[in-house]
Design a protein around this ligand. Structure first.
Ligand SMILES: Cc1ncc(COP(=O)(O)O)c(C=O)c1O
Length: 427
């Protein structure tokens, strides 16, 4: 472990990996890092420096790094075989656990990633309804699939319902099958749903859109209008699932969709995700249906692999213990209160958005209800704050979400708030 070793690895990464990164997460050259390991709430770089982790692998590590129960479950299963491509006990038990916890889940299909889960949920809705169009919300994130890349982060909000793809490589004729509405504006969304009701297969929404809370009545209104027209309502619970509550956002906000997608928390930091919903809809993915009625392909080499399922079962067993969700909400609320307090004392216009243990510091003094309000906030300054936090030993996504885990201690929370106090001075 040394600074020289990290420098060497970074220059090799710049040659071997596109953009010197694994994807969207890129830091400026002077802050770039290579990690060697994680333990609980801490991650360590190969130069030997420790950070309090507020990224948590982009969310999956709700129990922190290398939780003993998760490590034991993975080790046990790997020694017994890592994948079978067919039924195995951990996958069956995990499916049962999801059904027990999630209000809309009557039956489950496993996939490998959140992007796949959302891609398939949309396709299932299309197969089930025999319609093509899908409505999503501006600024909503559903991964790398076509629906996820429609107006996920447009620089200029608006122009509803025409989508603005974030990614090249999506043919225009495919873009034409998507409609975009502003989050939290039921009037616009319901109007579009009514107008396109005979072509609409699905409405897909993050119930907590990134860190924007739903206004009272918004999700309820979507539920009512989609139900009235036989349109499939999909909750993307990749982030909110088993994080805002045991039963996810549908339990926390009291609205039950038709289909829901889960990932991140359900597999203990390994690649496994799921689509779930009522048997009547999910049955279109049954291979025995092929040639007999509506059928859509959902299968894959790693789906329901026993290592991911075992890690997921161990994680859910920990999350089921008394007091876990009360703790996750308490530290999320403490983060909001203290960080907003620090900013207020310094005269900075800051709001901490989000719910429970998923939060985001935004430089704005107006209420954040939709993507338009996010764009109006000073993200450049939020990114700067993130860089200053990195220098002070917090691993964060600059300008993005702050994830807190069940293993962030009161002492960690004190250090996180202190680092914000110092970082605010620098911005
Ligand atoms: C709400 C939401 N949906 C879908 C995805 C895509 O999941 P994955 O990165 O596992 O493909 C993400 C990823 O961050 C997400 O936050």
């Amino acid at each position: 472990m040394s600074v020289e070793h990290m420098r060497d690895l970074l220059s090799r990464a710049n040659r071997a990996l596109v953009g010197g990164s694994l994807g969207m997460f890129q830091l400026p050259d002077d802050l770039a890092l290579v990690f060697s390991h994680g333990a609980g709430s801490r991650v360590f770089d190969v130069a030997g420096r420790a950070y309090i982790d507020c990224v948590l692998g982009s969310g999956p590590l709700i129990l922190g790094h290398a939780h003993p129960a998760v490590v034991a479950a993975i080790q046990k299963q790997v020694a017994l075989g890592s994948t079978f491509y067919t039924l195995n006990e951990p996958a069956i038990l995990l499916a049962e656990k999801l059904i027990e916890a999630i209000p809309c889940a009557e039956t489950v299909r496993f996939v490998a990633t959140g992007s796949e889960a959302d891609h398939y949920a949309v396709r299932i809705a299309r197969a089930f309804t025999g319609r093509d169009k899908v409505l999503k919300f501006e600024g909503g994130w559903h991964g790398g699939n076509d629906v996820g890349q429609m107006s996920a982060s447009p620089a200029q909000p608006g122009g509803y319902p025409t989508p603005q793809p974030d990614s090249d490589g999506i043919p225009e004729r495919i873009t034409a099958d998507y409609l975009v509405a502003p989050f939290n504006d039921l009037e616009i969304a319901a109007g579009l749903i009514e107008r396109h009701r005979s072509d609409l297969a699905a409405v897909i929404v993050e119930p907590l859109q990134r860190t924007i809370r739903p206004r009272p009545g918004f999700l309820e209104g979507l539920r009512e209008v989609t139900q009235r027209h036989g349109i499939v309502l999909i909750f993307d619970e990749i982030v909110t699932g088993f994080r805002l509550a045991w039963g996810g956002a549908q339990e926390r906000y009291g609205v039950v969709p038709d289909l829901a997608t889960f990932g991140k928390t359900i597999s203990g930091g390994t690649p496994l995700a799921a689509v779930c919903g009522p048997r009547e809809i999910m049955e279109v993915t049954n291979p025995r249906q092929k040639g007999k009625g509506p059928y859509t392909f959902v299968s894959g080499t790693f789906n329901g692999n026993p290592v991911g399922a075992s890690a997921g079962l161990a994680t859910l067993a920990e999350l089921r213990k008394p007091g876990v969700y009360a703790r996750l909400h308490a530290i999320g609320d403490r983060f909001k209160e203290e960080v907003e307090g620090i900013a207020r004392r310094r005269g900075l216009p800051v709001r901490v958005e989000g719910d429970g243990p998923v939060r985001q510091v935004m430089f704005t003094d107006r209420e954040v209800l939709s993507w338009k309000d996010v764009v109006a906030s000073d993200n450049q300054r939020a990114r700067q704050l993130g860089y200053e936090l990195l220098k002070r030993g917090l691993f964060v996504t600059p300008g993005g979400k702050t994830y807190l885990s069940a293993v962030h201690s009161d002492e960690d929370m004190g250090l996180i708030c202190e680092a914000h106090e110092e970082a605010f001075k620098a911005v």
